[in-house]
Design a protein around this ligand. Structure first.
Ligand SMILES: O=C(O)[C@H]1O[C@H](OP(=O)(O)OP(=O)(O)OC[C@H]2O[C@@H](n3ccc(=O)[nH]c3=O)[C@H](O)[C@@H]2O)[C@H](O)[C@@H](O)[C@H]1O
Length: 336
């Protein structure tokens, strides 16, 4: 699939999902401006290495700025003149939002607001932004459909992401900006985030250390392989919200705005995910079973029907393929 919009501004380009998204866009011939502040939330060398790979591709440029720095952001935006914006920069992590709540308000609320203000004054063809499956919060009706209520977040992380969807909707209504908010479901794969389960477990198992297994392992996640996710993001660029709703659509009745799940709809038990990792590493994990953590949700399962309607494809890579792919990358990256 080709991307007709040639100039794409991607925030969070040094991040896990930003890196994979930029990589795919550049391979398809787009011109990409990456924006990233290289936050020290996790190992900055990983972000530098991802960026070095992007810099080898033609069409990529980088602005090392924070989305909280409105003046710097505005200059970068005006100089680049994007047709499309893909906003992935965020303070991520569900459980860390208990420890460091203020960083979530700054990056997620203020940062997103700055970008929306720029889209208001310098219109783009499509503004796409990352939200999360965590917005479904206390909902228990599975699969999670985009038309469900999302008023019961269980963490500040989820609350800030839900708030950006609401703020986005108001701007889409007021200024006519076409907007799509992606709800990601536990994304994993090569170049992954060191604060997430797969990376933490791999490091611990290889070091002969115990892994912490929350809620005694009684957790379910609709894990999404990152290559599938990047493919869905790129396809959704073309699905500019208009006036006509498709079946099961979350399209706003008053604005060119929708939220869409990016998930496979094939949930996996946490213990099975750990089992895939043990097989890939050929090592049994020492397991430290722990209680439920504050802010966590016990289960997620995406309805992928809307994504299928909009793009013709849904994530298909199962953990039995994706987990070994992560392990191969991890061993190549850290053992060479
Ligand atoms: O889709 C989302 O809404 C979120 O996905 C991701 O959150 P999670 O689903 O929590 O991912 P992840 O850490 O891989 O934990 C996976 C499972 O392992 C459990 N888990 C985790 C760590 C640990 O040490 N032990 C453990 O049992 C853990 O309790 C969970 O059951 C993103 O980080 C987040 O930014 C957000 O986008």
């Amino acid at each position: 699939m080709t991307v007709s919009a040639p100039r794409i501004l991607v925030t969070g380009s040094a991040g896990f999902i930003g890196f994979h998204t930029c990589s795919r866009l550049l391979d398809q011939g787009s011109t990409v401006l990456g924006i990233d502040n290289f936050s020290s939330y996790y190992d900055v060398t990983l972000k530098e290495k991802r960026t070095a790979l992007l810099a080898e591709k033609s069409g990529f440029s980088l602005a090392r700025i924070s989305i909280e720095d409105q003046a710097a952001l505005e200059k970068a935006w005006i100089d680049f003149k994007p047709d499309v914006v893909i906003h992935l920069a965020a303070q991520a992590g569900v459980r860390y939002s208990i420890e460091a709540p203020r960083s979530y308000v700054g990056a997620n609320i203020v940062g997103t607001f700055n970008l929306l203000e720029l889209a208001r004054h310098h219109p783009v063809r499509h503004f796409l932004a990352a939200s999360t499956s965590s917005v479904y919060g206390a909902n228990t009706h599975m699969p999670f459909e985009e038309t469900q209520r999302t008023q019961t977040p269980l963490s500040l992380y989820a609350a800030t992401k839900g708030a950006t969807e609401l703020i986005g909707h108001s701007y889409s209504h007021l200024y006519g900006t076409p907007m799509t908010f992606f709800r990601f479901f536990t994304v994993y794969g090569p170049w992954g985030r060191p604060d997430m389960a797969l990376f933490k477990f791999t490091r611990a198992i290889l070091a002969g250390e115990a892994i912490d297994v929350y809620n005694n392992g009684a957790m379910v996640r609709d894990f999404t392989y990152v290559e599938d996710l990047a493919d869905a993001i790129v396809r959704l660029i073309q699905a500019v919200p208009g006036r006509v709703a498709v079946e099961g659509d979350s399209l706003s009745p008053v604005a060119p705005f929708r939220s869409v799940n990016i998930g496979a709809g094939t949930p996996t038990q946490l213990m099975d995910y750990i089992g895939e990792l043990e097989r890939a590493l050929d090592k049994t994990a020492i397991k430290n079973f722990m209680p439920m953590q504050q802010g966590d949700v016990p289960a997620t399962e995406a309805s992928s029907a809307l994504l299928k309607h909009l793009t013709g494809a849904v994530p298909e890579t199962p953990p039995s393929v994706g987990v070994p792919a992560f392990v191969k990358w991890y061993l190549d990256h850290y053992r060479s």
